[in-house]
Structure formats: structure tokens, C-alpha cells
Design a protein around this ligand. Sequence first.
Ligand code: SF4
Ligand code: SF4
Length: 377
Amino acid sequence: MQYREMTGGDKVSVLGFGCMRFQTNKDGSIKEDKASKQLLYAINNGVNYLDTAKIYHGGRSEPFVGKFLEENKLRDKVYIATKLSHWLLGEKKSMDMHFKEQLKDLRTDYIDYYLVHSLDGKSWAKLKELGVLKFLDKIRKQKKIRNVGFSFHGNIEHYYQIVDDYDWSFCQIQFNILDTDYQAGMKGYLYAVKKGLSVISMEPLRGGRLAQMPPDEVKKIYAGSGLKRTPAEWALRWVWNYQGIATLLSGMNQMKQIKENIRISNTALPGSMTREELQIIEKVTKVYKKLMKINCTGCMYCLPCPYNVAIPACFEYYNGYHLYNDEKYKNYYKNFLGDKAKASLCVNCGKCVPKCPQGLKIPELLKKVVKEFEGVN
Ligand code: SF4
Ligand code: SF4
């Protein structure tokens, strides 16, 4: 495993374990035995950065990670990253309460990397009013958090403002081959590096989409390189090629995938991609951008919908249909979602919209799905 140094001096593994996509049972609970084995394997093979959040797995991720670390006596072997999920705050819950619960759930006295979660301009303004800066100063002084950062899903102007507003040591941005001009993007990466912040890449495979079998056009481009690499390898190598990326987060939940990512991480050094390889990535990116109709990462923040629309699945099938030009995705939509979770159940209540970190106009996009998949305008 390679390690890169964070601003505060920690050496973090270039591969971070994202704790939001563990395999689950039908009732949504985490398949703990499986997830424990996978985490253990990753840690035994050098992964030392675990990223979780209060909202992941409907509140189950932090307690699971805490239990896993305690039972395996691994707390001192890893860095825990978790987040202040500010939309959970309200009259009943203060930042202090939120944080106290996290320490309890994670069975620890301190958090190594604490992020203000999923910021954009509006949420940042509101949080400042609520006293987030004082709160962060306080828990940092109390040595309950070691490094302070933020994750971001807004526009670049707000990003600059947030970077400049506080003494952050790191930030977490969506950084992958498709998102160089989206949200913080490449400009945001360069700005953070200039300001001395360590950068963590989230969604390096765009919710796993970039690891799936690529469309024919993309396959041909990769094949033309003469290199034997999976699509995931191409995409991850591109992220690691940037020296300022300290680690990338992969929401791994298959042993094969963990082994593969560890293998790639061992050789993906900064600046190791050739000009020809980078040109291949440019061509691939153009094709994906042309074919991908809806920018959904499958993060599921928008769920539950009160009318039971399976929002990410609707978008997944819709994108699949367009990426692969394959009717089978229409059948999946009909067979798996049926009348209980289909797009036309949306009544445009708007509840999901502010929850989407990608800023998707979900009800409008669902109408497109209805039109093409259900044959209704
Ligand atoms: S706008 Fe539609 S999809 Fe979103 S929460 Fe309301 S009913 Fe569900
Ligand atoms: S619609 Fe938005 S919130 Fe919902 S899964 Fe897709 S990206 Fe995530």
C-alpha cells in the first residue's frame, strides 16, 4: 500500500474505505459478518482510512464501524473520518448532541478527520449563523477532533468562499474523470492545493458506474490503448495521478473489488500516467458525457420518497438504457420496480430535491423516465 502525507502529518493509505455501501439485508441492516471480513482484509493489507457519516446506511454505519473497531482492537490502527450531517440538526438536536452521539456510536474519544458534511453556499451560510465555526474551534481545542475539513457539493464560487472562511486542513470533493468541470472540479482541486489543504476524492468511480462494463464506444477506446486494464483501473489511476489527492474513497463491498483496488493502488504513483494514457481518458470522458443522461451517483440521499419512488433505481435503468442502447433496462424497470416504486408515482412534492448532492431536478427527470419507460407524457 502507498501512503500520502496529509497536511497535519498523518500518512494515510491512498485507498480509503468508504463505509456507505456495505452489503445489506432485506431490512436495510448491514451484513455485518461480510462487511467485517472485508474491512479486516483491507486493514490487514494497509488501508488505514475509514470514512463514515451519521446518515450512512440509515444511521447504521457509525455504530457498525465502532463495534467492528472495538471488537478487533483496531481503533489505534486506523484514522476515522466522519461528518457533521447538518441537515439532521434542529430544535431537538444541537451540534454538541450530534457529535456526542457520534463518539458514542464509534466507541471512541476522538475523531481523526471531522468534516462538515455536503456543503454548498446556502448550507454554509446557515451553519455559520448557527455557530459552526465556534463549535469546530471548541471540539478541536478539546482534542476531540484532530483535523477539520468539509465535503462539498455546490458551485465553485461558494467553494472558494468556504475554503477561505476557515482554517481547514483538508477538503473532500467529487473528483473523477467525469467531474472535472462539475461542482468544485479541477479548479477546486487546484485551489485547495494552492491553499495547503489535503484533498480527498469522493466518488472516484461515480458511485461505481465507471467500474461497470463500459458502453461499446468506450470499450473500443480502452482496447485501442493496448493495455490490459479494467475500466475501474483506468479511472482510479487517473485520480491517483494527481499528487495533491491524499486518498480516494471507494465504497467497496465485494472482496474481489477490494483486492483489485489494493492491487492497483500499489503501482498508481502520482504523475505515472503517460500523455497517451491521459488522451485515452479524455476520449472516454467525452463518450460518457454524451451518453449519460442523468448525473445520478446512486448515493440514495434522496430516499425515502414518501410516495415510494425508487429514485436511484429509476435513474440507473434509464442511464443503462441510454449508455448501452439496450432494451433489457426497460424490462428491469418493469420487473423490479413494478407499480410499487415506478417513476410515475412521483407527485412532485419536492421533498427529495434539497437532499440531492448532485443538485438534480429529480421530479423533472422522473418525468423523462415516465415518458420513455412508461409511455406516458
Ligand atoms: S418529488 Fe417525487 S420523487 Fe421526490 S420525494 Fe416527492 S414524490 Fe418522491
Ligand atoms: S438522485 Fe441525487 S440523491 Fe438520489 S441517488 Fe441520485 S445523486 Fe443521490
